[in-house]
Design a binder for this molecule. Structure first.
Ligand code: PLP
Length: 411
């Protein structure tokens, strides 16, 4: 056989061998929110004008002072590897930012407890892998952001959904969590303001949940990525009420509040030994997040007045859109979770019937009205859909009016 024949038969043999995913990812599902965004993009590429209410991404540009700081950092040589856990100045700035929330007299965090990661998504993954493993159960208030379930699966732990009721804005109570716990329960995921519902836990609700977790010695992973985006009142951080912090992992990042999704900077703040474990995980997976992005985040966190002005302006715009979208809902407002924070509207479309009313509604909405939303099955609540109003007010209102027309027309 000549070498060309050998190469040909080799490539045929390789092509005919199917790929069997490893057990690590056998049950992993594609991110439904990213899938919707991809579908909307592909329809647009075909020239179909789609209103995309699927994306969980602010439509604002990163504030100019942050972009300028990043450009200056690149010119100054921020082009190399940094320490896996991030540059010291940023770790200190993150600790200082969190310390502002602590009650007076509480022991402050130090930069040594911080790991800077490629988005809070990686911080959450590091935390899940570091704290949970086979046989461990982790309570997930549901509906919740779709990646928690998959990250816990990747950690080979068991995500235990605990369902909130519509009467309580789909939030869960400490009593519901206690009822779902078993001797194998090791932790709890918290997210307030919540993606996908926009619900915000009150101080009293958080106090009750945190003291339950404390009694049982559960890890609490509190994802506060939307903390600054709240409308009716400032959202409460667990740092303002945590009775104990030795089992608390705080997750945050610059993506949403600072309109910095593409820079990929998030972080964890945790007890030192957990931080060390997460650094080890990150050191073998991605190493440090991009040096230039770390410098951008450093400007965001240290130029506090500039950042507050930019965040306040964006939150005011989200607030106006939230109000406009609620008005556009009209009587259908009764079907929505009250959106007190983040930039999502979570709507009960169970009137569409079937096993998966949210999927039926979303498909009909895209086909007949060219509006992309995320079916609630992505968040384990198939009777609902999520629409994001992180887009212009006119587009958000147009999209919601089309949703109302579809609701009125029925399945
Ligand atoms: N946590 C929640 C609740 C989110 O909605 C998202 C993004 O949509 C993330 C974390 C991830 O954010 P980042 O861009 O910092 O990875």
């Amino acid at each position: 056989m000549c070498s060309r024949q050998i190469a040909r038969s080799l490539s045929r043999a390789l092509m005919s061998r199917p790929f069997t995913p490893s057990v690590n990812i056998a049950r992993l599902k594609e991110s439904a929110t990213l899938a919707v965004a991809a579908k909307a993009r592909s329809l647009r590429a075909q020239g179909i004008p789609v209103i995309d209410l699927g994306a969980g991404e602010p439509d604002f540009d990163t504030p100019a002072f942050i972009r300028e700081a990043a450009a200056a950092a690149v010119e100054a040589g921020a082009t190399r590897y940094t320490a896996t856990e991030g540059i010291p100045a940023l770790r200190e700035a993150i600790a200082a930012d969190a310390n502002r929330l602590l009650p007076s007299g509480a022991e402050p965090f130090t930069g040594a407890q911080v790991v800077v990661s490629n988005g809070s998504k990686q911080s959450l993954y590091n935390a899940c892998v570091a704290c949970f493993g086979p046989g461990d159960e982790v309570l997930v208030p549901t509906p919740s952001w779709t990646s928690y379930y998959e990250m816990l699966e990747l950690a080979r732990a068991t995500a235990v959904p605990v369902f909130g009721t519509a009467a309580q804005g789909l939030k869960v109570t400490a009593e519901q969590l206690a009822a779902a716990a078993t001797p194998r329960t090791r932790g709890l995921m918290l997210n307030s303001p919540c993606n996908p519902t926009g619900a915000v836990y009150t101080r009293a609700e958080l106090d009750a949940i945190l003291s339950l977790a404390d009694q049982h010695g559960w890890w609490v992973i509190s994802d506060e990525i939307y903390l600054r985006i709240a409308y009716d009142a400032p959202a409460t951080s667990v740092l303002q009420c945590a009775p104990a912090r030795d089992r608390l992992i705080l997750i945050n990042g610059v993506a949403k509040a600072y309109a910095m999704t593409g820079w990929r900077i998030g972080w964890s703040i945790a007890p030192l030994e957990v931080t060390r474990a997460m650094i080890a995980v990150q050191s073998h997976t991605t190493s440090n997040p991009a040096a230039v992005s770390q410098h951008a985040a450093l400007a965001a966190l240290t130029r506090v007045d500039d950042a507050n002005a930019a965040i306040d302006a964006m939150v005011r715009a989200f607030h106006r859109r939230r109000d406009a979208v609620l008005e556009a809902l009209g009587a259908a407002r009764a079907l929505a979770v009250h959106p007190a924070g983040a930039f999502y509207l979570y709507l009960d479309v169970s009137s569409f019937g079937g096993d998966d009313p949210g999927a039926r509604f979303s498909a009909a909405l895209l086909d007949a009205h060219q509006v992309a939303v995320v079916p609630g099955s992505a968040f384990l609540t198939p009777s609902w859909i999520r629409a994001s109003y992180a887009t212009t007010e006119a587009i958000a209102v147009d999209g919601v009016q089309r949703m109302v027309r579809l609701l009125a027309a029925g399945a």
